[in-house]
Ligand binder design. Structure first.
Ligand SMILES: Cc1cc2nc3c(=O)[nH]c(=O)nc-3n(C[C@H](O)[C@H](O)[C@H](O)COP(=O)(O)O)c2cc1C
Length: 154
């Protein structure tokens, strides 16, 4: 915002930016995926609510992420909300790849059986939202892929 003079009055004018999303801040979440035997965690900020009833959410994940194929194949994911205690792990899971490390064991997080999914939840998370993938959409070549999920349980 900047001040401009209009008819002798000082009014605020918006700065015009090139197209961008600008919806900040967006809380990052820890998305668990896979099965109890072969699981992973990816930190995701591009997530949100789409609908109330039925409850629907989305996550956007880049195809080069190790988690991408896991979510695509299993068609399930869990959105685990974070809190102060989970700040370090949330950041860490967003810079390391499950192709090289076991994020559950490295971050001393506990896999918890979900109520409706094969995909584990993170026990230490205050809220775990179990989701079944209903739609996968490539938004643009070499960009994020959108996974729409219905919520089975929070
Ligand atoms: C705060 C934060 C938010 C992130 N949000 C996303 C996101 O929305 N989508 C995505 O594909 N990657 C996102 N990332 C990057 C992935 O978490 C990161 O590449 C991670 O290492 C991928 O793990 P994986 O290879 O085990 O799947 C984010 C990273 C951080 C630190």
């Amino acid at each position: 915002m900047r001040n401009v003079s209009k008819g002798g009055m000082n009014v605020m004018s918006k700065t015009v930016w090139k197209p961008g999303t600008f919806i900040y801040p967006i809380p990052a979440v820890m998305v668990s995926c896979g099965t109890m035997e072969k699981s992973n965690i990816i930190t995701v900020a591009w997530t949100g609510i789409i609908n109330t009833n039925p409850a629907m959410v989305y996550i956007s994940v880049k195809p080069e992420r190790y988690s991408y194929n896991i979510i695509k194949e299993n068609k399930e994911f869990v959105i685990n909300l974070t809190n102060e205690e989970l700040v370090y792990a949330t950041d860490w899971c967003g810079v390391k790849s499950g192709s090289k490390v076991d994020k559950f064991s490295e971050m001393k997080l506990t896999k918890e059986k979900s109520n409706f999914l094969k995909c584990p939840s993170i026990k230490e998370s205050p809220v775990s939202i179990e989701c079944k993938v209903k739609e996968i959409k490539e938004l643009r070549k070499s960009s994020y892929v959108y996974f729409r999920g219905t919520v089975n349980k929070c």
